[in-house]
Write a protein that binds this ligand. Structure first.
Ligand code: DAH
Length: 346
């Protein structure tokens, strides 16, 4: 092929390329046009490879010409590329616009169960008085649930009517009180000690508005030198004030628990009627809140603590009961049915 023919070919290529580039309507189309006219195996490349067929002085002439065509194609490609990029970006921007004034999809946040809430409150209050939290097992032996707590063998609570025993052995049961942790902690730790133990307890009971076979207690135990009943009263009075958020009258009624001597039941002024008498307190003006007392010397010596040197007080409260009184819940079953209409109120 002679130089003239090749030159014509170059002109034709340039024309064809520029037209093809101009006709593209997307980056993809432009890319396939580019592959035809640029790089190895392109039509331009074919012409360049023919250079060697020409004479020495013809070569630079065609080389120069080819370069001009190459540059023209290059700059046309570049220009088209920018044009298409901007065009495509604009289409995307207008089709993908977000209306920032639309309301969001807002994900609803959950919260802890009212029993968890009140348990944390109880813990926080006693934490402020120097108590730390310990936990004990829910599957217990009758030793920890009864014997070590000074409970006589014929005590009715031991009956399977009241306590769930396991198939494993008649000595293995589901604990019926968190008082078990008093023993477990005193076995491990020497006094002085101040501990609080929240957890689940189980009793073989018919379900009704006030009773459920599974419930929660928080146990408190303080052992130190010369502990007095006055300190127990002061501690619990302060607890009542903080948990109900107002000062309420309290009274300590004599009661009996095998592991405390003396024992008492703590009543507080009904926070709803302030003692006037209402439905919540059954017109009595008082609410029974928890059991407490001075740790029985038998319990201390049973775990190797000398009752001549150490004394202590203990208390145990039902968490459901406190939650029901504090939040005005009239049926314990609400706390166990996971009904969001109920739970969302807390
Ligand atoms: N464990 C008792 C119960 O479940 C409650 C109780 C009473 C706990 C007196 C105590 C206490 O620590 O001193 O009925």
């Amino acid at each position: 092929m002679g130089i003239e023919e090749l030159e014509e070919k170059l002109v034709a290529i340039e024309k064809k390329a520029l037209e093809a580039i101009e006709a593209t309507d997307s980056s993809e189309a432009l890319e396939s046009v580019r592959q035809q006219f640029q790089g190895k195996k392109s039509v331009l490349d074919e012409v360049m490879r023919r250079l060697k067929e020409l004479s020495q002085d013809e070569r630079p002439r065609l080389g120069q010409k080819a370069n001009v065509v190459k540059c023209a194609i290059e700059s046309s490609l570049k220009e088209r590329k920018n044009f298409l990029y901007r065009q495509e970006l604009n289409t995307r921007l207008s089709s993908e616009t977000i209306d920032v004034t639309l309301p969001g999809l807002g994900r609803k946040l959950g919260h802890t169960h009212p029993l968890t809430q009140i348990t944390s409150e109880i813990i926080t209050i006693f934490y402020g008085m120097g108590f730390s939290v310990v936990e004990g097992p829910e599957i217990e032996t009758d030793y920890y649930n009864f014997d070590a707590l000074n409970t006589p063998l014929d005590h009715p609570a031991r009956d399977s009517q009241d306590t769930f025993y396991t198939d494993t052995s008649d000595q293995v049961l589901l604990r019926s009180q968190t008082s078990t942790v008093q023993i477990r902690i005193m076995e491990r730790q020497k006094p002085p000690l101040r501990v609080l133990s929240p957890g689940r307890v189980y009793r073989n009971e018919e379900i009704n508005a006030r009773k459920y076979p599974l419930f929660h207690q928080v146990e408190g135990l303080l052992v130190d030198r010369d502990v007095t009943f006055g300190q127990l009263k002061g501690t619990l009075n302060e607890f009542i004030r903080l948990v109900f958020g107002k000062p309420l009258k309290t009274r300590f009624r004599p009661d009996f628990f095998p592991f405390t001597e003396p024992s008492a039941e703590l009543d507080c002024q009904c926070p709803f009627c302030m003692g006037e008498g209402c439905r919540t307190c059954g017109q009595r003006g008082w609410l029974e809140l928890l059991g407490c007392g001075m740790v029985d010397p038998n319990v201390l010596s049973g775990v190797g603590i000398d009752p001549e040197q150490w004394s202590g007080f203990a208390f145990g409260m039902g968490v459901e009961r406190l939650a029901m009184l504090k939040y005005g819940i009239n049926d314990i079953r609400h706390l166990f049915t996971s009904d969001l209409r109920f739970l969302e109120q807390f």
